[in-house]
Design a protein around this ligand. Structure first.
Ligand code: PMP
Length: 441
């Protein structure tokens, strides 16, 4: 039956029939099939199977920091895979790429986060952080410290613990199975955090988890002193501070890690995405010297937490090369420099277009709030950002709409982006807004 169809039609039909997409609208897929079947990537560009070339204004999922199509990474992958793709790191087995990567991460991470537990991605990292913080309190003889506090509008992933910690309620409502011992505080209010701690009882709280800049919540940037005050409150009550640097790590915000902006070191730090720029599936959790020492001193028997792919040799070798490239090409500095171009561009658009409310950016993580009215910030119902996304796409720019909280467009181009390419992105956005505003009026 499929024989007469073109390749695109064939792939679309197979996609609809067999491929359940992550975080996607199933009804839309069944109606239209996949919108873009991506075939190639080079630098900041993606090309689909029909030959349409687009700027990857999201670094795919905030993660392809060094850009697409790096042959150096293909070479490293081939070399390592030929030698040893994988071995178990359970028990006392190890491998050189995992050991070298752990040491490299210790060298570049904030504070005294010197020991790492490897995972395959962000969700597993946050589950690990939650479980290990509870385990820590068991070892310390405080078994009642089980509760996890996170922030409303936060996103921490889709594993059970990570979803439970996610403040964006639709993700939790998806299974209608509220988890006990997870609590949420609003926005950037340290008073709300203190009140929640007091209300629940500090002696029952294991950890507070937070993204340095909220991503899926709409690129929400903390006020300058927020994390210093959070750190102080956590210390005051003896609560562990977990930073979810899954998006913000490895240069995304114009510093190597998001918490570097605030000069705060968490007790536990989760990472994924940018550690390999998406060239392999890898994440991890870093622990402070004090926590690591407590595990060394107090652990008995087996640490009963580990993924098959913890310390995956090939993934770790890719991460090492990826970090080398970030350092060699000064991509953190470029992220900072291009980040200020991005913010300037967004401010220019805001002045020009009446449906733009707030604009914000830290490094190459930007957000544009879409409003009916710039003064009142009244929102469109239904949200307008999905329409803006498809208009931008027609003009060769991939961006993303997040509508869980505000109606927001988010952008996070690869850290290798050049000034001309940034200008092009802003030009496409400018045209997109002009077209949509004309349509509305
Ligand atoms: N934490 C944050 C802040 C994220 O943005 C994401 C993914 N977008 C995750 C955790 C989950 O990571 P993963 O999808 O790799 O499981």
């Amino acid at each position: 039956m499929i024989e007469n169809l073109t390749l695109v039609e064939e792939l679309k039909a197979l996609d609809k029939k067999h491929f359940i997409h992550p975080t996607s609208s199933i009804s839309q897929q069944q109606e239209k099939g996949p919108n873009m079947i991506i075939a190639e990537g080079k630098g900041i560009y993606l090309t689909d199977i029909t030959g349409k070339k687009m700027i990857d204004g999201m670094s795919s999922l905030w993660n392809v920091n060094i850009g697409h199509g790096r042959e150096e990474l293909a070479e490293v992958a081939k070399e390592q895979m030929t030698k040893l793709a994988f071995n178990s790191c359970f028990s006392s087995f190890s491998n050189e790429p995992a050991i070298r990567l752990a040491a490299k991460l210790a060298q570049i991470a904030p504070g005294d986060l010197n020991a790492v537990f490897f995972t395959s991605g962000g969700s597993e990292s946050n589950d690990t952080a939650i479980k290990m913080s509870r385990h820590y309190w068991l070892l310390k003889g405080q078994p009642n410290r089980q509760k996890i506090i996170s922030r409303s509008k936060s996103y921490h992933g889709v594993a059970m613990g990570a979803t439970s910690a996610t403040g964006l309620k639709p993700f939790r409502d998806f299974t209608n199975s509220p988890s006990p011992d997870f609590y949420y505080v609003d926005g950037f209010s340290v008073e709300a955090l203190r009140a929640k701690i007091e209300q629940e009882g500090p002696e029952t709280i294991a950890a507070f988890i937070t993204e340095p800049v909220q991503g899926a919540g709409g690129v929400n940037i903390a006020p300058e002193n927020y994390f210093k005050e959070v750190r102080a409150i956590c210390d005051e009550y003896g609560i562990l501070m977990i930073a979810d640097e899954v998006i913000t790590g490895f240069g995304r915000t114009g510093k190597l890690f998001g918490m570097n902006h605030y000069e705060v070191a968490p007790d536990i730090m989760c990472f994924a995405k940018g550690v390999t720029s998406g060239y392999a599936q890898l994440g991890g959790v870093m622990f402070s010297d004090a926590l690591h020492q407590a595990f060394i001193d107090l652990s008995q028997g087996t640490l009963l937490h580990g993924y098959t792919y913890s310390g995956h040799a090939m993934a770790c070798s890719i991460a090492l090369k990826n970090i080398e490239i970030i350092e060699r090409e000064n991509l953190v500095e470029n992220s900072k420099a291009m980040g200020s171009e991005l913010l300037k561009g967004l401010q220019y658009l805001q002045e020009k277009h009446s449906i733009i409310g707030d604009v914000r950016a830290l490094g190459l993580m930007g957000g544009i709030q879409i409003v009916k009215d710039q003064q009142t910030k009244e929102a469109f119902h239904p949200p307008l950002s999905p329409k803006l996304v498809s208009e931008a796409e027609k003009r060769g720019l991939i961006i993303r709409a997040v509508t869980f909280d505000q109606d927001t467009l988010v952008l996070s181009p690869p850290l290798i982006i050049k000034k001309e390419e940034m200008n092009k992105m802003i030009d496409i956005l400018d045209e997109t807004f002009t077209v949509i505003e004309a349509e509305i009026n």
